[in-house]
Ligand binder design. Structure first.
Ligand SMILES: NC(=O)c1ccc[n+]([C@@H]2O[C@H](COP(=O)([O-])OP(=O)(O)OC[C@H]3O[C@@H](n4cnc5c(N)ncnc54)[C@H](O)[C@@H]3O)[C@@H](O)[C@H]2O)c1
Length: 310
């Protein structure tokens, strides 16, 4: 089976691509390498790995790559509300229009599996579990473009979307701007953080379980197609302050203080039910605590010390 991944050199792609190659799939990655990342270097050993440096908005490039794909995983995007706010035009064209173009170029028998954010769930629904039927009402441009892209994907046949909780864990193209990754980074290197909206609840999923859910979707496509699936840890609907408590169990000297220093651009405060994906036989393997231990090891290697002597 041949898989095309756009944005396959990003945080998620850099774990997903080698996972699929190790399982024997042929994988082609289209990425513009906007972070100058070298995270797929290890994948070059596989005969079945192809890589194209290019833009997912380039119709000619996408058309040619599609001609050979059985499964398409669109990951290319400007990811996160702050980055999207900085470049609104690229956000609209990459996150939404490129996905719409992909849907129109793909034939009906090609399968699309796409991740989207679950930000926007639960606005005004505090304390109520959000299911896939809860309306998504994102506020940020990032959230809005991802929700529009999901609609375009689910309008065609042969598609699945995964509404991912906040992803955590180590990747060879690391993102320390994600909530758990960020808090653990600060706990390791600064030993203290100021938390805003500390009682707002979020849910979480490890990056290797994200790779696992894509594999699960590929293998069980026929029974899963045509629907969105929430993907998060059932036992990790935690507030930011509860997350800090978990981190403190591993790093007892960590100090956290609440202060009104900011607000979430998507006002995320919700608890999510993952019953639909669990009912298809999917089981996550990585707990929050296992991921925190992994991150503490990872941050012994990673430091933002470009302009400092230590
Ligand atoms: N990380 C999360 O918590 C999370 C949660 C929900 C959904 N997602 C979705 O998963 C996908 C991947 O996210 P990520 O965390 O790996 O982000 P990322 O920023 O690490 O990856 C995005 C990748 O897309 C590439 N890219 C950007 N613009 C491109 C373009 N025009 N043409 C080709 N390549 C381009 C980048 O070089 C990068 O490799 C995104 O669609 C995101 O919305 C992520």
């Amino acid at each position: 089976m041949k898989i095309l991944i756009t944005g396959g050199a990003g945080y998620i792609g850099s774990v997903l691509t080698p996972t699929l190659l190790a399982q024997g799939y042929d994988v082609t990655v289209l990425d513009n390498f906007m972070f100058r990342q070298n995270s797929l270097a290890d994948c070059c050993q596989y005969e079945g790995f192809q890589v194209v440096r290019g833009d997912c908005r380039d119709e000619a490039v996408v058309k040619e790559l599609l001609s050979d794909a059985d499964v398409i995983i669109p990951l290319a995007a400007l990811v996160g509300a702050p980055l999207c706010q900085k470049d609104k035009i690229s956000t609209q064209t990459t996150n939404f229009e490129a996905v719409k173009m992909l849907c129109s170029l793909a034939s009906n028998d090609q399968r699309i599996l796409m991740p989207v954010t679950n930000s926007g769930y639960g606005i005004g629904e505090a304390g109520k579990f959000c299911t896939e039927d809860t309306p998504l009402r994102p506020i940020s441009l990032y959230g809005v473009t991802k929700v529009e892209a999901e609609k375009a994907v689910l309008e065609r046949e042969n598609s699945i979307t995964f509404r991912l909780a906040t992803v955590f864990g180590m990747s060879s193209r690391m993102r320390i701007d994600l909530l758990v990754n960020d808090f653990v980074y600060r706990a390791v290197h600064d030993r203290a953080i100021l938390v805003f909206e500390g009682h707002f609840k979020r849910n979480y999923i490890h990056i290797r379980d994200v790779a696992k859910v894509f594999l699960h979707g590929i293998k069980n496509f026929e029974k899963m197609q045509g629907k969105p699936y929430n993907v998060g840890l059932e036992d990790a609907n935690l507030s930011k302050l509860e997350l800090c408590e978990e981190i403190k169990k591993h790093l007892p000297k960590f100090v956290y203080i609440e202060a009104p220093i900011g607000e979430d651009p998507d006002k995320r405060d919700y608890i999510v039910s993952n019953a639909r994906i669990l009912n298809t036989g999917f089981e996550p393997e990585w707990s929050l605590n296992r991921g925190i231990k992994e991150l503490i090891k990872g941050y012994t290697i990673l430091r933002n010390s470009l302009y400092s002597n230590i």
